[in-house]
Design a protein around this ligand. Structure first.
Ligand code: SF4
Ligand code: MG
Length: 310
């Protein structure tokens, strides 16, 4: 059974007079306890997709089925019982934590909202989760600004886990952290996944971050999934020219040398109508690519690709 199933999802928003199709017909699935990486350059719509799945943004079309219920159109009140099944960890933990609340209150409030009435029971739960994410016992009475970036992300993770969710959407959870701290937080996420039986949708612009622990990878380009592959196929035999370019850029840890080394030009939401949306940057583009939009086709039970050459 799938835990999350997204069908033909669209999310649009307006900037001035322009309508941006940030998510433009995405379908995906995440199984129980599965870790799915969602990768692509910044600006490709990954975060918008994550927030739409979380129902922090409204979809303009399509369905989002979580644990058997289509939550795509539910209002806030009807969403409440489903929220505890699905939580999010943000890139910037500081921006997502109320600075006026102690860590205890940050973790206690969701339990109250979701109907855990007994204060002693809530305290036990808060202390347990804080310990599981590696926060010291005295952390609970302190405020977010008193912590380092890595510690703050531990608080953000504790808050995501406090309601015992099945799915956690992690949006670039280590991108804002120092390199030395990144590995600690990634290892923590891997441990928590095992201990709590979590499924992750793990969003990252950096393939090297998802490389070591995802089961499957979805590659996103300009609002669409262009390749979907299991961990082994993606690294051994990537099919989409964009995936290859992203992979070619991985070994360098120097940010100025990454994607630019292999990719021409910048990602842009100004899609030329018709044809493949990667064609302006694709080294293999042919005439056909300008007129025919390649659908996401299944090549095997493990791999799907949207390219005329695949
Ligand atoms: Fe490149 Fe054409 Fe494939 Fe698009 S369809 S990725 S332009 S070869
Ligand atoms: Mg983002």
């Amino acid at each position: 059974m799938t835990l999350l199933s997204v069908e033909d999802l669209h999310t649009t928003y307006k900037t001035g007079s322009r309508t941006v199709h940030a998510v433009d017909g995405v379908s995906l699935e995440v199984g129980p306890r599965e870790t799915v990486g969602l990768v692509g350059e910044s600006g490709c719509g990954k975060s918008t997709l994550g927030k739409t799945i979380m129902r922090l943004l409204d979809p303009s079309e399509g369905s989002i089925t979580l644990d058997g219920t289509d939550i795509g159109r539910l209002d806030d009140r009807s969403m409440l019982p489903h929220r505890r099944k699905m939580q999010m960890v943000f890139q910037d933990p500081f921006a997502s934590l109320n600075p006026r609340q102690t860590v205890f209150r940050l973790l206690d409030t969701p339990l109250k909202v979701h109907g855990m009435a007994d204060p002693a029971e809530r305290r036990r739960r808060v202390v347990d989760i804080a310990g599981r994410v590696g926060l010291a016992p005295d952390a609970l009475e302190r405020y977010p600004h008193e912590f380092s970036g890595g510690q703050r992300q531990r608080i953000g993770i504790a808050r995501a886990l406090i309601l015992n969710p099945q799915l956690v959407v992690c949006d670039e959870p280590v991108s804002a952290l120092d390199l030395s701290i990144q590995a600690q937080i990634l290892n923590l996420l891997v441990d928590l996944k095992r201990d709590f039986g979590l499924a992750y949708l793990f969003i990252s612009h950096d393939l090297s971050v998802v490389r070591y622990f995802v089961d499957r990878v979805l590659v996103m380009y300009l609002g669409r999934i262009v390749e979907s592959a299991d961990h082994v196929s993606l690294w051994r035999d990537p099919k989409h020219p964009y995936t290859r370019a992203l992979l070619a850029a991985v070994p360098s840890r120097d940010p100025t040398r990454r994607a630019s080394a292999a990719l021409k030009g910048e990602i842009s939401m100004a899609v030329q109508p018709g044809g493949c949306r990667f064609r302006a940057r694709c080294p293999l583009a042919m005439d056909r690519c300008a007129s025919e939009d390649p659908p996401l086709r299944r090549l095997s039970d493990k791999q799907m690709v949207a390219c005329h050459l695949a």
